[in-house]
Design a binder for this molecule. Structure first.
Ligand code: BF8
Length: 632
C-alpha cells in the first residue's frame, strides 16, 4: 500500500509477535482474502435451509432468494440481525448492572453506592422523592423503575426512553412507530420478524432497525451508564497513560479486558488488597492495566493505564509480560487463549457466556465477587512467580492522556467560566466559529484500517478545521496512544479558534497547558454521555439534536454493537460517517434510504469514506451545512 503509515506502536507490537513466530489477525486475514463479496454486499442469506442463497445484484446471477426474497429485504433483514446482536449485547450488560445494583442494595452483593450525586440527579428526572430519604432508598425506587422496563407486557413507552430522551425527538419516534416498551420483547420480535417467511418489506425492516437502535441507545447505553455511575461513581478528569509501554517488567501485570465494571472494579480493589503478596513474590507492585472498554471504564473512574485496544489484544500477550488477562464479555478473541498458552500468562474467563477452549475459567458473579476477584488476582501473582526472571519484550511506547470527561466533569469545568450558564461559553464559541463543530469518533479498531492510521489521521484533519473531537471505545485508545489527549496535541494539531478555547479551558481545569482537543468520554456504552452532552446543548439552544453542527463517525467498524450505536445516532438525527461500508450495498433501495432518504425522516444520512481526509472533509462540509441552517 502506497500510503501505509502503520502507527509505530502497531509496528513494534507486530515485530514482537513475528519475531516469536506468532501468526496474527493480519496473517489470518491474508490467508482468507479476498473475503466473500456476497457477504460484503449483504446479499448472502442463510436463515433457512433452502439456502444458503446468494443474490448477485450487479451480474447475471440470481436476483432473489429461493423463497423469492428481494435483495433489499435480504440486506435489511441481515442489518436488523446485526443490530439485534449489538443491542442484545448492550442490553445484557445493562441488565447485569441493574441486578447487581438491586442485590447490592439488598445486601446480597458486596458493592456500595458511590455515585450519590448521580442517584439524586436521576431521582429528579424520574420524579422519585428525595427529601429526607436515605440514598439507598432512593436507589431502590430507581431500580424498580428500571426493573419495570424489563418486565412489562403493555404498550406503554419504556421508562428510560420516555424520561431520559428529549421530548421533540420522542414525538418524531412516536409518529414513526418507534417507541418501545420492553427491550426483551422487541429483541424477540425482531428475531421472529427476520426468521424465514415473515417480514419481507425492506421499509418495514429498516424501521425495525431504527427501533432496535433506539433500544440500544436508551436501554443498552443510557440506562447502563446511569446505573454504573450510581454504583461506581461519576468519572472526573484524570491523567493516565496509554499503549503497551505501560506494562512493567518487574511488576505483576494484570490486564482487565472486556466491558463490565462489575468485574473490573473488584479486580482493582483486590489488587490493592493483595499488594503485599505480590511484593513477597518479588514484584515491585501489581500493575492493573486496562484493555478495550474495560480499560476505558477503569481509566475514566480511576486513571488506570490503558494497555491495548481490540486489535492489539493478542499482540500485548505476545510480549510475554502479561501475567494474567481477565476477561468478562464482548470483543474477546478466542485466539487470546492460544497466545497465552505459549507463556506463563493466565488467561481467565469469568462469564458463563464466554467459554473459550484452553482458557482458565474462574466463575465471577456479583454475590461472590470478593472471593472470585481474590482468586483472579492470586492467579496473576502465581503467574508472575513463574515468569520472574524470564525475558520479556515490551516495546517502550506510551503517551500521557487526559481521561474522565463525563458530562458532569465537563459542566463542572465550564461552571468555572460561567457558573450561571455553564454551556454558554461553548455555545458562544460555536457561534463565533472558534468551535466549528463536534464529531463523536466512536467504535472499534480494525486491522483493515490500521495501515492508514485511519482514526488518528482523520482526527487530525478535523482538529485543523477547529472541530472538537469526542471519543469513546477503542478509538479512544487509538487517540490516547497517538498523543491526541495531551496539551501538546492542542498546540500541534488544532486550528487557531479551537486552540484558543482549549487554552481557556485548560487554565480553568488547572492543567499546565490547554485542555486536549480529543475528549475521552469513556467506553462504548458511554456513547450515551456524548448524546447527553449534545441533548444539553440542543436544549439550551432550543433546537433539535439533529440541528447541531455535530456528526458521528465509526472510522474502523468491527462490531455489531457499533452498528446499533450508529443507528441510535441516526434516529436522533445525527449523520454518521462509517468505514468500511455497512453490508447493504447489494440492496439499492436500502442504500439510498440510508445515504439520502433518511434525511426526510430523521434529518440524518450515512456516508461511507474509506480514507481519513475524505472522511474529515465530508464531515466538515456536513457541519458547515448545519451551521448555515442555524444561521451561524
Ligand atoms: O464496546 S470499540 S472492539 S471493545 S465493540 Fe469492542 Fe469495538 Fe472495542 Fe468495546 Ni466497542
Amino acid at each position: 500500500m502506497d500510503n501505509t503509515i502503520l502507527p509505530v506502536i502497531e509496528t513494534a507490537l507486530l515485530k514482537v509477535a513475528h519475531d516469536k513466530g506468532f501468526a496474527t489477525a493480519r496473517d489470518r486475514l491474508e490467508v482468507m482474502s479476498p473475503q466473500c463479496g456476497f457477504g460484503e454486499l449483504g446479499t448472502c442469506c442463510r436463515i433457512c435451509y433452502m439456502g444458503p442463497c446468494r443474490i448477485d445484484p450487479f451480474g447475471n446471477g440470481p436476483k432473489t432468494g429461493v423463497c423469492g426474497l428481494s435483495p433489499d429485504a435480504m440486506v435489511a433483514r441481515n442489518l436488523l440481525r446485526d443490530t439485534v446482536g449489538g443491542t442484545a449485547s448492550h442490553v445484557g450488560h445493562a441488565r447485569h448492572v441493574l441486578l447487581t445494583l438491586r442485590d447490592a442494595l439488598n445486601g446480597k452483593a458486596p458493592y456500595q453506592v458511590k455515585g450519590v450525586s448521580k442517584a439524586l440527579a436521576l431521582a429528579r428526572t424520574f420524579g422519585v422523592p428525595t427529601e429526607g430519604r436515605d440514598v439507598n432508598d432512593i436507589c431502590r425506587d430507581l431500580v424498580n423503575i428500571a426493573l419495570e422496563d424489563f418486565g412489562r407486557q403493555d404498550e406503554l413507552p419504556n421508562n428510560w426512553l420516555s424520561k431520559r430522551a428529549p421530548a421533540a425527538e420522542q414525538a418524531l419516534w412516536s409518529n414513526l412507530g418507534l417507541m418501545y416498551s420492553n427491550p426483551h420483547n422487541e429483541i424477540e420480535t425482531a428475531m421472529h420478524a427476520t426468521s424465514m417467511g415473515n417480514d419481507a418489506d425492506p421499509v418495514s425492516l429498516m424501521l425495525r432497525v431504527l427501533k432496535m437502535s433506539l433500544i440500544d441507545g436508551w436501554t443498552g447505553l443510557t440506562l447502563c451508564v446511569d446505573l454504573q455511575d450510581i454504583l461506581f461513581g461519576v468519572p472526573e478528569i484524570a491523567v493516565t497513560e496509554a499503549a503497551v509501554g505501560v506494562l512493567e517488567e518487574n511488576s505483576v501485570n494484570l490486564a482487565a479486558h472486556g466491558h463490565n465494571p462489575v468485574l473490573s472494579e473488584k479486580i482493582l480493589e483486590w489488587a490493592e488488597k493483595l499488594e503485599g503478596e505480590a511484593l513477597a513474590a518479588g514484584a515491585e507492585r501489581i500493575n492493573v492495566v486496562g484493555v478495550c472498554c474495560t480499560g476505558n471504564e477503569l481509566s475514566m473512574r480511576h486513571g488506570v493505564k490503558l494497555a491495548a485496544h481490540n486489535s492489539q489484544t493478542e499482540l500485548i500477550l505476545a510480549t510475554g509480560a502479561v501475567d494474567a488477562m481477565v476477561v468478562d464479555i464482548q470483543c474477546i478473541w478466542p485466539q487470546l487463549a492460544q497466545v497465552a498458552k505459549c507463556f506463563d500468562t493466565a488467561f481467565i474467563t469469568t462469564d458463563a457466556m464466554v467459554r473459550i477452549p484452553d482458557a482458565r475459567h474462574i466463575p465471577f458473579e456479583p454475590h461472590h465477587a470478593d472471593e472470585s476477584a481474590r482468586q483472579i488476582v492470586q492467579a496473576a501473582i502465581d503467574a508472575f512467580r513463574r515468569r520472574r526472571g524470564k525475558p520479556v519484550d515490551i516495546p517502550q511506547h506510551k503517551s500521557t492522556a487526559v481521561a474522565g470527561l463525563s458530562v458532569e466533569a465537563i459542566i463542572d469545568l465550564l461552571s468555572k467560566l460561567d457558573a450561571e450558564d455553564p454551556l454558554k461559553p461553548v455555545l458562544d464559541n460555536v457561534a463565533n466559529g472558534n468551535i466549528f463543530g463536534f464529531v463523536g469518533v466512536v467504535g472499534c479498531s480494525s486491522i483493515k484500517f490500521r495501515d492508514n492510521a485511519m482514526t488518528e489521521e482523520m482526527v487530525k484533519h478535523l482538529l485543523r478545521q477547529n472541530v472538537l473531537v469526542l471519543t469513546t471505545g477503542c478509538t479512544a485508545h487509538i487517540c490516547a496512544q497517538d498523543g491526541l489527549m495531551t496539551s501538546e496535541a492542542t498546540y500541534r494539531y488544532c486550528g487557531d479558534g479551537l486552540k484558543a478555547v482549549l487554552e481557556v479551558l485548560g487554565k480553568a481545569a488547572g492543567l499546565d497547558g490547554p485542555l486536549p482537543p480529543v475528549w475521552h468520554m469513556g467506553a462504548c456504552v458511554d456513547n450515551s454521555r456524548i448524546v447527553d452532552l449534545m441533548v444539553a446543548l440542543a436544549e439550551r439552544l432550543g433546537v433539535k439534536v439533529g440541528q447541531l453542527p455535530a456528526v458521528g463517525s465509526a472510522p474502523e467498524l468491527v462490531q455489531e454493537k457499533a452498528v446499533s450505536i450508529g443507528g441510535s445516532f441516526l434516529a436522533l438525527g445525527v449523520s454518521c460517517h462509517i468505514a468500511p461500508a455497512p453490508r447493504i450495498l447489494g440492496g439499492p433501495m436500502v442504500t439510498k434510504l440510508l445515504t439520502e432518504d433518511l434525511q426526510e425522516l430523521t434529518g440524518a444520512v450515512v456516508r461511507v469514506e474509506l480514507e481519513p481526509k475524505g472522511a474529515a472533509d465530508w464531515m466538515v462540509a456536513h457541519i458547515a451545512e448545519k451551521r448555515a441552517a442555524l444561521g451561524i
